[in-house]
Design a protein around this ligand. Structure first.
Ligand SMILES: NC(=O)c1ccc[n+]([C@@H]2O[C@H](COP(=O)([O-])OP(=O)(O)OC[C@H]3O[C@@H](n4cnc5c(N)ncnc54)[C@H](O)[C@@H]3O)[C@@H](O)[C@H]2O)c1
Ligand SMILES: [Zn+2]
Length: 406
């Protein structure tokens, strides 16, 4: 077996309620003079965020604020943020919000440092070196962008989500303060929370790392390591993913139903972080590959699109990841592994979808039947995901999965 992987995450993580209050001292300690905040108008209106902005202003006179973020952000919005950051000679970036704002912040940090435009860095490994210092403060519990190496934007012309992936996109500091997520509407809690579950399940069930490595001719020689977007699944990230799934099982429904349940909010913030660590090393897979074109066509939230697709993709994947599916079933049903089947994992997820209000069919999102071929053709081109997903599909497989989900 050729195990050969590397693991990375944000340089520093501060986790806990109240951690956002240490933002100004972090800015001062890091000698940042002109940070640009990247957020949207909803986030700007939160009292804790108002407080954070004014405390940073007191230590960094050149501080500026971009409030034009939007859900599933377009390239144009990212360019608008870049313009504000350039005009204010930003020396660092503070992203605060859901994954959408954090991803814009990452792109701003890249372009301010290396020049050009957001689209110059699409794909894996195009960022030539470290970015401006980046602080990420999540206000949803889901995307894991605070620890991940990717930023996702929507190309509204090509009608597809486009990702920039680079080891340099991992934030210098993640401040994970679950009290910020208490103001999330139930829908945002549900959609971002199930995205974290998809991250954990895809990281766990993806192709094993040992199969991803190019074997050396001589068995006693080490495998040949090529830098790549994702490593495939391996024991360390599986451990993180399983712990994420346990926390999601314990906390997601509670967080949706009782927004001020602190323990549930903490558990979900923790789960999203763990799942982010897992997937940003091991990879996401086919659920994400299908969601990217569907999201661009229907404007559904990333989380809902993923959550909807998850059971259909698990059904397709199950012959290739039987033992991981049993682990998932056991966590989600509370039954011992030896009495569980793959089918129970899928049913448990369908039940969870109903509890938290994830719509069950692609037609509910507004996808038209005649768009299925187009979605399949776009998804199959996302090679980094096709390479790592549990069971490599062909075009007909994708059309079948989409028809089942439609
Ligand atoms: N970079 C990554 O690793 C990664 C991973 C997964 C998803 N994503 C991307 O993240 C985006 C989705 O992010 P998301 O699910 O966090 O949602 P989001 O950032 O799109 O936010 C959704 C809505 O919720 C509001 N909101 C967020 N936090 C709030 C709060 N505390 N109180 C009140 N309102 C709040 C926002 O203003 C927004 O209107 C997508 O663009 C997706 O592609 C990125
Ligand atoms: Zn995701």
């Amino acid at each position: 077996m050729n195990h050969f992987w590397q693991f990375a995450t944000s340089s520093s993580i501060r986790f806990g309620r109240g951690s956002v209050d240490s933002l100004a001292s972090e800015v001062a300690n890091r000698r940042l003079q002109s940070p640009v905040f990247v957020m949207d108008s909803t986030i700007e209106s939160l009292p804790q965020v108002q407080k954070a902005i004014s405390s940073v202003r007191s230590v960094a006179k050149g501080c500026s604020v971009f409030t034009g973020g939007e859900p599933e952000p377009s390239l144009e919005v990212a360019e608008a943020a870049i313009e504000i950051a350039r005009a204010s000679h930003a020396d660092s970036v503070i992203g605060i919000g859901g994954g959408s704002n954090l991803d814009i912040a990452k792109v701003v940090a890249v372009v301010l440092k290396h020049g050009g435009r957001a689209r110059d860095y699409f794909g894996f490994g195009k960022v030539p070196g470290p970015t401006l210092p980046l602080i990420a403060i999540p206000t949803t519990a889901g995307t894991g962008s605070e620890v991940s190496h990717s930023a996702v934007l929507t190309d509204t012309i090509a009608q597809v989500k486009v990702s920039t992936l680079s080891p340099y996109l991992r934030p210098a500091l993640a401040l994970i303060d679950s009290s910020l997520s208490e103001s999330c509407p139930a829908k945002v809690t549900a959609h971002s929370g199930i995205d974290a579950l998809v991250h954990a399940i895809e990281a766990l069930t993806n192709r094993p790392n040992a199969q991803m490595n190019i074997a050396a001719d001589n068995e006693n020689e080490p495998a040949v390591y090529e830098p790549r977007a994702y490593e495939g699944s391996y024991s360390f990230t599986s451990m993180l993913a399983l712990e994420a799934i346990r926390n999601i099982q314990r906390c997601l429904v509670r967080a949706v139903e009782s927004p001020n349940d602190r323990d549930a909010r903490d558990g979900m913030a923790y789960a999203a972080m763990l799942a982010g660590m897992a997937f940003s090393n091991s990879g996401v897979g086919l659920v994400h590959a299908l969601e990217y074109p569907i999201g661009a066509l229907t404007h559904c939230s990333h989380g809902e699109g993923n959550g909807l697709l998850l059971p259909y993709v698990m059904e397709f994947n199950k012959p290739m990841c039987h033992s991981s599916m049993i682990q998932i079933a056991s966590i989600l049903t509370g039954q011992p592994e030896d009495g569980c089947s793959c089918e129970e994992a899928i049913v448990a997820i369908q039940n969870l979808q109903i509890r938290i209000g994830i719509r069950p069919r692609l037609r509910d999102l507004g996808l038209r039947r005649e768009q299925i071929d187009q979605v399949a053709e776009k998804a199959i081109q996302i090679e980094r995901l096709m390479l790592v997903t549990a069971r490599r599909p062909n075009l007909d497989d994708l059309k079948q999965i989409l028809s089942n989900a439609w």
